[in-house]
Structures are given as C-alpha cells and as structure tokens.
Design a protein around this ligand. Sequence first.
Ligand SMILES: NC(=O)C1=CN([C@@H]2O[C@H](COP(=O)(O)OP(=O)(O)OC[C@H]3O[C@@H](n4cnc5c(N)ncnc54)[C@H](OP(=O)(O)O)[C@@H]3O)[C@@H](O)[C@H]2O)C=CC1
Ligand SMILES: CC(=O)[C@@H](O)[C@H](O)COP(=O)(O)O
Ligand SMILES: [Mn+2]
Length: 382
Amino acid sequence: MKKKISLLGATGSIGVQTLDILKSNPNKFELVSFSAGLNIDKVREIARTFQPSMVSVIRQEDAKALQSEFPSITFVYGAEGLKEVAARTGADILVNAVIGSVGLGPTLEAIRAGITIAIANKETLVAAGEIVMDEARKFNVPLLPVDSEHSALFQSLNGENPKEITKLILTASGGSFRNLTRDELSNVTVEEALAHPNWSMGNKLTIDSATMMNKGLEVIEAHHLFDIPYEQIDVLLHRESIIHSMVEFQDTSVMAQLGSPDMRVPIQYALTYPHRIPMQNAKRLRLEEIGQLHFEKIDFKRFKALALAYEAGKVGGTMPTAMNAANEIAVSLFMKGHISFLEIDEIVERVMDEHKTIVKPTLEAILEVDKNTRNTVHAMVQ
Ligand SMILES: NC(=O)C1=CN([C@@H]2O[C@H](COP(=O)(O)OP(=O)(O)OC[C@H]3O[C@@H](n4cnc5c(N)ncnc54)[C@H](OP(=O)(O)O)[C@@H]3O)[C@@H](O)[C@H]2O)C=CC1
Ligand SMILES: CC(=O)[C@@H](O)[C@H](O)COP(=O)(O)O
Ligand SMILES: [Mn+2]
C-alpha cells in the first residue's frame, strides 16, 4: 500500500526535498495534495508531475486561474485552503513544511482528523506547543520530527526510557556570522546573512540561524516534542553540522546521530518510520575525510536571541507566541532592508519586555497575541 502524503509548503526548501523523495520512491508514496504560496510556476510543475486531487495557494485569483488550467484538480486558497489540504484529502501523513505560525491551524485540523504529522514547521510548536501536543495526545496522533536536530534526538531515543534522560544536547552551526563578534554585526548585509556555512535552506530560517534564534526555536520545539524541562536542554556550538544532536542518559552514556548535512535524511525517516530505506544520491559520511569535529560553549551574550528564547520558553504561556511573531516580522523587515541585523534581537527583546503573558492561553488567545504582536512590530518600525 502506498502512503498518501499531503505536503504544506511544497515550493519551499523542505517541500522540494520532500518531493524529491516521493519521486524517487513512486511505489511507496503518493502525493494526494499540496499547498504553496506565491510561486505559481512551481505549482504548475508540481501539479503536472504529481497530479494530486487538491492544491492550495495563498491568493484566490491564483486558485481561479489554475482551476481553469487543471480541471481535474480542486484548487483552494488562503487559511481555509491550507486546512482543507491538510485534513480533508485522505492523507496518511501530513508533511508540514510551511514557514511561520501560519502552519498552526492546518496542523490542528490534521491532528483532529487523526493524520500523522511529519513536522518541519517549528514556529507552530513555538507559538502553540502545549495546545498542539495536548491535541496530539488526545487524538493519539504521532508528531514525527523533521527538523534535523529533533530527528537526531528522536533517533537517539529509539528504544530508550525517557525517564532515564539527563540532557538533550542540540548542536548549532553558529550560522553565517559565527566568526564575527557582536560589535562586528552592526553593518552586516542581507546577502552575507544568507550565506549559511553548511545548509542550503529557505531565507527566513537562514537568517534565524545567523541570529541563533533558530536554535532558540529548536530548544522550545524540543521541550514540547520530548517533554523535557528547559534546564535539561543544552546547546553546543558544532561548526561542522555532522553530529545533528545528542542525548545524555543517567548512566553518563551519550547517544548521537551523525550524517552529512542533507535534510532528505530526516524527511525520509519521518516518512518511512520506523523503517529505513536507501537514499538516492546521498553523500555517505566518511569521518576520515573530515578529520576533526569541533565543539565550543555557547556565548549567550554574543548569541542574544538564544538567551531570549530560553527565557520565553521558561516563562511559557503566550511569551513564546509573542517572541516568535516578533521574530517573524523582524526577520522580514531585515530582509526588506528596513532594519539592521542587530535590530532583529532588539525588537524581539522589546516585545518580550512589553508582553503581558497569558499563562494558560486558549487557541483564540494565541491567535490574538500572534496577530497583535505582528501589528505592534510593524508600528514600532514605521
Ligand atoms: N529548509 C530546511 O532545511 C529546514 C527547514 N525547517 C523548517 O521547515 C519550515 C520550512 O522551511 P523552508 O522550507 O526553509 O522554508 P521556505 O521559505 O523555503 O519555504 C516556505 C514554504 O511555505 C510557503 N509559504 C510561505 N508563506 C506562506 C503563507 N503565508 N501561506 C502559505 N504558504 C506559505 C512558501 O510558498 P512560496 O514559496 O510558493 O511562496 C514555501 O512553499 C520552517 O519552519 C523551517 O524552520 C526545519 C529544518 C530544516
Ligand atoms: C537543517 C536544520 O535542521 C536547520 O534548522 C539547521 O538547524 C540550521 O543550522 P543552525 O541553526 O545550527 O545553523
Ligand atoms: Mn534544525
């Protein structure tokens, strides 16, 4: 039986690599539906290749135009379109590879429809981790990590007793500016920030990696996925991105998952779990060619965004929601040239200082905080 896959964010970095896996394994997977944003040429190409039953795009006018070109496919749009694709196309697995907290609504819809989630979209877990995990437990739906660090933790925890964990250790590359001091960051450009040393990823994530907010989001993601207190989650600077993360146990043993940096590996593992299948055109890890691996303690003053994320996670409630929304808007303003690189952290810190946390928020409260924070940041920068 082929697994039926629904894919949110098909035109993005994770989306394209997911499609690559599906194309390489036509007897194992079938793409039943997908979503995209504004890249309509790519939507046409994917629709032609995979012939899904439903496609969602952001704009109504794009859905209308595509509908006349592809009469056998149903085109939907906007926030409702994402939910339709995620939960109402008979998928076995939803790969959520959309960027930002826009992924929250469709994730909850899919969980309530009993669909297994392969989650790349970390902002959803940061914005509403408790609600998402509570719903997943209630509907007995697995959330399989796609993020490389969380896949590594998941693989390192295989067969282990979670009660025997003493630490999760997330590795961090340090991003594009890891060789610069904080003072040297004042005039860095968008182009420089987008040059990640190890991974080719979407723009927002590459900027998050440069501020190290990405690792902060990942600490919160790990807290929710593995139900581990923040005090037991560490970050270690590891320039090579070969060890994707580690788990330390009470007997002092450390389990790690290693591999050449290639996101298709964790994506495919989530799709085939608990099995492993061959990976086409992948570079096998040859440690003798690498020679040395490096590890350094994190300087939280240098990587301030990571300190802010730990703080937001520990406060909990709507604080991570506000932090995430502030970061999403600040990163987009940096990419448009409206603010400097260092202002990203400054904006996030200001939003957190001013945020009045709701301790046990409803979904509606989270959506309200998300929306209001975005407006606040836009107003701050005008
Ligand atoms: N890239 C990577 O290697 C990794 C990514 N992740 C996580 O996976 C997620 C996706 O990242 P990545 O693939 O890099 O991102 P990209 O920016 O490359 O892709 C984002 C996707 O989301 C779509 N999209 C953007 N905005 C909206 C919106 N408002 N409504 C609907 N669709 C939208 C885009 O559509 P379009 O382009 O058509 O406009 C695109 O398909 C993120 O949460 C990221 O943190 C985690 C680990 C690794
Ligand atoms: C590939 C992946 O999972 C990214 O989220 C990665 O974590 C980025 O690397 P750094 O954030 O460590 O630079
Ligand atoms: Mn990651």
